[in-house]
Every structure is written in C-alpha cells, then in structure tokens.
Design a protein around this ligand. Structure first.
Ligand code: HEM
Length: 509
C-alpha cells in the first residue's frame, strides 16, 4: 500500500519524507538532512569513482584520450583502482618530472606495482629507487648491445628468417596460403630473437627454456593483475591456479640461475668453457656494480625484469606494424622495392631505409600500445612549480599516445601517412628517425630515462618487416569488430587476428 502511494506520487512522498526528517531534526537538534545529503553525496562520489575505475580497467586508453581533449593542455587526473594518475603534457611539468630526485619520483615503483615481482619473479624485490645499486641492464643494453648491433646483424637476420618460416610453416594451409595467428606468431618470433641476443643460441634452442621464456611475460602479467585487483590471499591463490603455480617463472628462474652460476664460477675460477659468451647475460654480469657484489638471485631478477618488458613491448609493436602494413596494401610494393635495394649491412643506419623508417614511425605513432609511456610513482609528496601537489603513492604519467594523435603536434594527426616523416611535417622532418628520442618524439620516454633497447627494437622491427616484404605475400584474414582490446592504459592486439601468408616470387634479401 505504502509502496504504491510512493510510486504514484514520488515528488509529494519525497517532500513529505524531507519534511518529516526536518521535523525530527528540529525536535532532536540534530541536522539529519545535512547528514543525509552528505551521505548521499559521498555515496554518489563512490559510485562515480567506481564507474571511472572500472572504465579505466576496460577502456583506459579511450578515457585518457577523452580527458586529454578536454584538458586544453592542463594537468588532469584519472582515478584508477587504488590510486590517482596525474597526467602532464606541458614542457614545464615535463621538466619538473625530469628534474625530480630519483628517490621522490620512481619508475621502479611503477614497474613493481604492475609486475608484482615478489610473487611473479620468484621473490625478487626491486629497489624502489632506480640506480641506488647501479642500473642493472640499462648500461649493458644502451652501450654494449647498441654498439654490437652491426656485428649481430647477420645472426639476427638469420634467426628472424628461420623463425618466420617455422611459424608460417607450422600453421594450417588453405588454397591461398598458411593461416597464422598474428599476435602469437609475433610473440614467439620476438621471444626467439631476444633469447638469442640475451642468452646465446644454445639456450635459445633449449625447448624447455624457450617455452618458459615465451610464457613468462603473459603469465606474470595476468598473475600480477589478479594480485593487484583481488583481496590479498584470494589474488595470490587465483594467480597460482592460473599460472600452474608460477611454472614458467620457476622454470625460467631455475634454468637462468644454473647458467648464471656456471658463468660466475667460470669467471671466479679464471676459466671459460670454450670461448667467452657474448650475450646480454654476460654483459650484465660484466657490468654489474663491483662493490655491490650481485649474487645469482640478484642477476637473475634483473634479467627477468627486463625480459618481461622487452618481449611484451616489442611483440606488440611488431604485431601492429604488420597489421598496419597489410591493412594498407598500397605500401607493400614501394617498401619492398626500398628493402630490395638495400644491403643487409646497411640496415643499422636509418638513413639507408628512409621509407621503412618513416612507415614504422607512423605505425608507432598511431598504433602506440601504451597510452602513458612515461610513468613515475611518488615515493613522497611531490609538488610541481605551479603548486600542484602529488600525494605519496600516486602516479605522474605522460599521455603521449593522445599527444601523438593531436593536430597541435602532428598535421592531420588521425590520418595514417606512411611517408609522413620523409617530409618536413610532423616531427621535424628528416632530422630525426624512429630510434631517436626527443621532446617531440616520446615513444622511448623523456629526459634522462630513455629506453636503452630502442636501437635494438627498431632494428628488429625493420628486419621482421623486411623479411615479410621480400619473402611473403600476405593479407589480413577478415575479422569482426576492432583489432585490439584495452586493459588499463594499454592497447593489446586481439588474439584472433590472423594473417594469410604465402611464399612471394621475389629475390631474397
Ligand atoms: C617497441 C618496443 C619498445 C618500446 C616502445 C619501449 C619504450 C620504453 C619507454 C617509453 C621507456 C621509458 C619508461 C618510462 O620512463 O616510464 C622504456 C624503458 C626501458 N626499456 Fe624499452 N621499449 C621497447 C623495447 C625495449 C626492448 C626490446 C628492451 C630491451 C632489449 C627495452 C628495455 C628497456 C629498459 C631496461 C627500460 C628502463 C630504462 C631505465 O630504467 O633507465 N625496451 N622503454
């Protein structure tokens, strides 16, 4: 009866309730209406925050893009589960971020939050402050790997060639060619190439090691999400079930530990088995800070951390580059002709492949898979010069994907133009190339923290595209819906996208 009165006269009933509450407030000298309004307000705010955080999980890149467009270049905030992300784009904010002491704004704390190394990497605990005990792999990658690229080039090209042909050969063939799951193929390809460079050809050929190295980034990404999102205990339990008790991590850790132990023993005993190894693992051992005396666990932890980042980022970049290429077949012939006219030895110099370099830059610009390439966690309260304060635990991010889609930074920004960087438009014409880093080209980070693997990553991208261009004719098998899905601020290619590939009738590279 009361129910039907309220349903039929909601306004009158609401007014009566308010009057009644006002009466009770006066009678009891308590401000029930104010309390009610306050509770209702905080309930609405909680619902609003809940909706925003769920949106951040499922469509984070879109949400950041929308907020970026409304922000007019000002700092804006994105609520995420557990913390707020403060998005900055202005030169002043970027300068403050870059100049902040390493023990105030931390990249490692961000990596620890989304990797949960204590659980997913066999108990490894990164220091929050980067560089406090040396920068681990950074020197080995930036200086030694980059310096050795010309020497490594023939073997890298060979591994790419062999693995691409193995992947294409191992899939279902119809009348028009092999049907290959694109993202998975790229993950296996990048795993193989990175394994060879990081651990040498012998370990790359070890099937147990390869399988663990291939599965580890995927397993740890999911496990870390369960641990982050679910209540303590439940998250770890689900992560254990999902990853078969962290099997890939445990296998990788066991096999790497044995290899590192062998190499440390050989070094300390002054003997080397045959020739001394020349791979990432050895460079890390050789450049580890002497006074810190890193043991096996520390070295293996460093390797596993970089392994996750290097495979995950590069596989997605290669997938989107191939998808961009075969979604726009008009680029195939001119790119193929540039590649065929260039010797392999000339690949390390971007000037020798201007069109391919431009095409890959355009793919990196419009198909950027991370909305916020630069992220720092505040270890203490941090205040920008304009007075904006960041609380401890919150993140500062640069929404560089949205910036790269903004007409203020790139002319006709939403149009894919594979030759864009060959002309004097967008980024400053041909002064810079894909692997260069600057405040106008932030795909590798900004300021003093830049991706040390950028020259290697760019070379691998070129080698893979060149191999496909020269040896195969491909098309994307038609699919329904979008080509990617979003999770937090990342855009990941969909697993079900397939490439149809058949041997091309052209000269080999
Ligand atoms: C296309 C692929 C890649 C992209 C787009 C990329 C991008 C980035 C970005 C934006 C950063 C800076 C993050 C920040 O400041 O918050 C970074 C850091 C880093 N990247 Fe990459 N990366 C890629 C591939 C690689 C590869 C293949 C390796 C290893 C061989 C690598 C190793 C690293 C390391 C070790 C850091 C941390 C640097 C430091 O602490 O100073 N990356 N990367």
């Amino acid at each position: 009866m009361l129910g039907s009165v309220i349903t039929e006269n909601p306004v009158n009933s609401g007014s009566l309730v308010l009057l009644f509450l006002a009466g009770v407030s006066v009678a009891t000298k308590q401000n029930l209406i104010t309390d009610l309004v306050r509770i209702w307000g905080s309930f609405c705010r909680s619902i609003g925050t809940f909706i925003s955080t769920v949106e951040h999980l499922l469509r984070g890149a879109d949400a950041i893009d929308r907020a970026y467009r409304k922000s007019n270049g000002n700092l804006f905030q994105m609520p995420t589960p557990g913390r707020t992300h403060h998005m900055v784009t202005s030169p002043e904010h970027l300068e403050d971020l870059n100049k902040a002491p390493l023990d105030v704004l931390s990249l490692h704390a961000v990596a620890k939050d989304f990797l949960r190394p204590k659980d997913t990497m066999h108990g490894f605990e990164w220091k929050d402050v980067r560089g406090v005990e040396g920068t681990g792999f950074v020197r080995a990658l930036r200086t030694i790997l980059t310096g050795q690229l010309p020497e490594l080039l023939p073997s890298l090209a060979q591994v790419v060639d062999k693995q691409v042909s193995a992947e294409i050969g191992s899939h279902r063939v119809d009348a028009d060619g092999s049907i290959v799951p694109l993202y998975d193929m790229c993950k296996r390809l990048v795993t193989k190439v990175n394994c060879t460079v990081f651990f040498g050809p012998k370990m790359a050929e070890n099937a147990e090691f390869f399988e663990a190295a291939y599965k580890f980034p995927h397993d740890s990404a999911y496990a870390a999400e369960f641990i982050r999102l679910l209540p303590q205990g439940i998250g770890s339990f689900v992560a254990r079930c999902f990853t078969g008790n962290f099997k890939s991590s445990a296998t990788l850790h066991r096999l790497l530990s044995a290899e590192v132990r062998k190499r440390l023993d050989a070094r300390d005993g002054g003997r080397f088995e045959g020739e001394q190894q020349n791979d990432g693992l050895q460079w890390l051992i050789d450049t580890a800070p002497k006074k810190e005396n890193w043991g096996v666990d520390r070295l293996v932890g460093e390797v596993m951390g970089v392994w996750y980042g290097s495979v995950h980022t590069l596989s997605i970049a290669v997938t989107f580059a191939l998808l961009d290429l075969y979604s726009r077949p008009e680029y195939v012939a001119p790119l193929r002709s540039e590649v065929l006219g260039t010797s392999l030895a000339a690949f390390t110099d971007a000037k020798n492949l201007p069109f391919l370099d431009s095409f890959l830059s355009e793919s990196a610009r419009l198909s950027a898979f991370e909305s916020t390439g630069v992220r720092r966690q505040a270890l203490r309260t941090f205040t920008f010069r304009d007075g904006h304060s960041i609380s401890r635990g919150d993140w500062i991010c640069v929404p560089h994907r949205s910036m790269m889609r903004d007409n203020d930074y790139f002319a006709d920004a939403l149009t894919f133009d594979g030759a864009r960087f060959m002309r004097d438009t967008g980024r400053s014409g041909r002064e810079t190339y894909m692997a260069d880093a600057s405040s106008k080209w932030m795909i590798w980070g900004v300021g003093r923290i830049l991706c040390p693997g950028r020259f290697y990553a760019t070379l691998v991208l070129k080698l893979v595209l060149a191999r496909f261009l020269v040896d195969y004719d491909c098309e994307v098998v038609s699919f329904r819906g979008s080509r990617s899905m979003q999770w937090r601020s990342t855009i990941v290619p969909k697993q079900n996208i397939k490439l149809r590939a058949r041997k091309a009738d052209s000269d080999s590279l």
